[in-house]
Every structure is written in C-alpha cells, then in structure tokens.
Design a protein. Sequence first.
Length: 219
Amino acid sequence: MSFDWDPFVDLHTPAGNTEMSPLLVMFHGYGADEKDLMPVASQLPPQFTVASIRAPFEQGPGYTWFPLVNDPAFDFDVVKAVVDRLIVWLEEMKEKQDTIVLLGFSMGMAIATSLMRRRPDLITAVVGLSGFALDAALDPAQNYFDDSSLKHLKLPLFWGRDQQDPVITEDKVEYTNQWARSHIQLTKINYAGMGHGIAPQEISHVGEFLNAEVFGARL
C-alpha cells in the first residue's frame, strides 16, 4: 500500500547525554499518544535518550498503529507499511546510536516486536508491557517476519502482564508465549491486580532488566 507518513517523535535527551547515547524508543497503546509513556521513561536508567513516537492514525482522543486485529478493517499491509516506515527511521538513528531498545505498551508491544522480527539487526532489546506479538498467520504471504534470524540472535525481551488482563485476548497471549519461548531470550513476569496497565514494581523490574541486558553487557 502507498503510505506517506513522517513519524512525529517526542525526543528527550537528559543532561550529560550525547547524540551517541543509547536510544530508548517508545510505542504507545491504542488510542493514546506519544506523551503517554513519558512518566515511565523518567523512571528508567538515565543513560537513555528517549524517543516516543506518535502512531500514524487518529483514534478517538489519540492515535493507533493499525486497526484492531478483530476489526473487519484490519489489514496486514497496514502493519507492514507502518513497520517499514519505522525501520527507515530506525536505520537513520542507528547511524549515530549503536544501542537501540524498543518499549511498547499494549498494541505498542505488537509494533515493537514486529520491528524486532523484521529487522533484528537494528535492535538491542525489547520491553513489552501488557501487550502481545502479532500472529505470523495474519500475514497472507507468510514472509514478512524474519523469525529465523531472530531465533539465531536470541535477543532479550521483557514481557510484563497481568494474567487477568481484561483487554488482551487469550489467543494473543498464547501465541505470544509460544513465539517468544522459541525465538528470543524471554524474561516474563506476571503482576497480580495490575489489569491492563503498568505497575510501579514492573517499572522497577524493567530498569533491572535494562541495566543487566543493555548496560551489564558492556562491563
């Protein structure tokens, strides 16, 4: 499909960071916007420069990355167009920042993991919060995701969720479980009583994950 979209990026560079500092790229959930996850970023390791991206399509008071999977309007070509455009942007960032970490909430996790599966060479690690990975069967051509390369690289993924999450359906959870356990290095933690949200303890665990998987590897 033809897709003319120039991603709107809310960029925050903490004092002391440079254009070569590790980059944390955030993808908000359905109906939210690029400011939604900034309070989370402020509680994560300060070594990151933070880029929060606004999804391309208006949805209610906010934006969405693609129509809901169970919506008749869902089209995998839309997913491909969005991910392909984000890859162009990531390639530009990669020229300066060797370390790129993706963080996605809800549908944003579907975008983050899709980027990981399409171009694993661009990504250092992924954080998924109360979200899911898209079922490869949604791709009619069955050739968009490069899961074979991803399986070889075994990139680290943090996945936090509540087993009683009322939004993410069981089929998405089951697919994500099976895909993650066979293709990436998974850190999965369940948080009782969190619902479809982000818990303070979870943010603390994400910080520990990033310190270990991103900065610990440099020691």
